[in-house]
Design a protein around this ligand. Structure first.
Ligand code: CU
Length: 285
């Protein structure tokens, strides 16, 4: 276990990747009373634990997932409502059915390969939260059951981020059961706003596909223990996100084949949403 500071995570100005890639004219101006950029919370993922600050400021927060493990990990942000705890979550957890309504889903960085990092931005109200990883190890056990669940508290107050959500270049809407993008994606830098129009919980994993492979190949590979070379690499997206919630991620696209996929188990029949059609392949030129 790593020792982590229990102090409130500092608001770090995104001097690098996100802000600099956005034209200054499009960046919202903010009053001097708050930070103009989202707070950045660095999450360290190992096999099988998360390092995350114990307290995170309320408001718009960018989770930066740094994978220091040997397996892929994601960082699903959940809010534990009705006084529930991580112990309650673990008792209720099932990988193949929907969870009780006291689990609220708020996105988070999608599956990140070892040695890589991915970012995802979300908006958090004060309360009790946790990060979980639902990825399966080769033996079939989900990482959350191996210890990849970590509680944190979202606190209001003067350190809270007053930043707006990053200005998006594109909006991707999730619904039962599909993905709708405002315009076809092109090569270059995009900041994509993810909205869940529901009614069910959804996610979007944006894949860059290996030539000749499909999102269905990725689904098979992912659910059967990730043996052999990956048919695609997640380049961005938003983990499970409830209806009405918004996530934002940024991605640099190069020409090639991409896909969107949703692995959320259906509320009615337990089948993962890609089996209901929530899986799309598209070309970027
Ligand atoms: Cu879905």
């Amino acid at each position: 276990m790593r020792t982590l500071p229990h102090d409130l995570v500092l608001v770090i100005i995104l001097a690098g990747s996100l802000a600099s890639c956005q034209p200054a004219a499009e960046r919202p101006q903010t009053m001097a009373t708050g930070s103009a950029e989202p707070a950045v919370v660095t999450v360290e993922a190992n096999d099988y634990a998360f390092g995350v600050p114990a307290r995170v400021p309320a408001g718009v927060v960018t989770f930066r997932l740094v994978n220091q493990g040997k397996e892929a990990h994601h960082a699903q942000v959940i809010r534990l409502q009705d006084g529930k705890t991580v112990a309650d979550f673990l008792r209720a957890f099932t990988d193949t059915a929907s969870m009780p309504a006291w689990v609220r889903y708020l996105g988070g960085p999608v599956g990140t390969a070892p040695g890589r990092e991915l970012l995802a931005t979300t908006r958090l109200a004060p309360g009790r939260y946790a990060l979980i990883c639902r990825i399966r190890s080769p033996n079939g056990t989900t990482h959350v059951m191996k210890g990849m669940i970590r509680e944190f508290e979202v606190v209001a107050g003067r350190d809270g981020s007053s930043a707006p959500l990053p200005v998006a270049s594109d909006t991707l809407t999730l619904n039962d059961y599909g993905f709708v993008i405002t315009r076809p994606l092109t090569s270059g830098y995009h900041t994509i706003r993810v909205e869940n129009a529901g009614p069910q919980v959804h996610e979007v994993i944006m894949l860059k596909l290996v030539p000749g492979k499909t999102p269905a190949d990725f689904a098979r590979w992912g659910l059967s223990g990730r043996h052999g070379p990956a048919p695609g690499v997640p380049v961005g997206g938003a983990q499970f996100i409830d209806r009405g919630e918004v996530g934002v991620f940024s991605v640099e696209l190069t020409a090639g084949e991409y896909g969107y996929i949703c692995f959320v188990p259906d509320a009615k029949d337990g089948k993962r949403h890609f089996r209901h059609g929530m899986m799309t392949q598209f070309a970027v030129r």
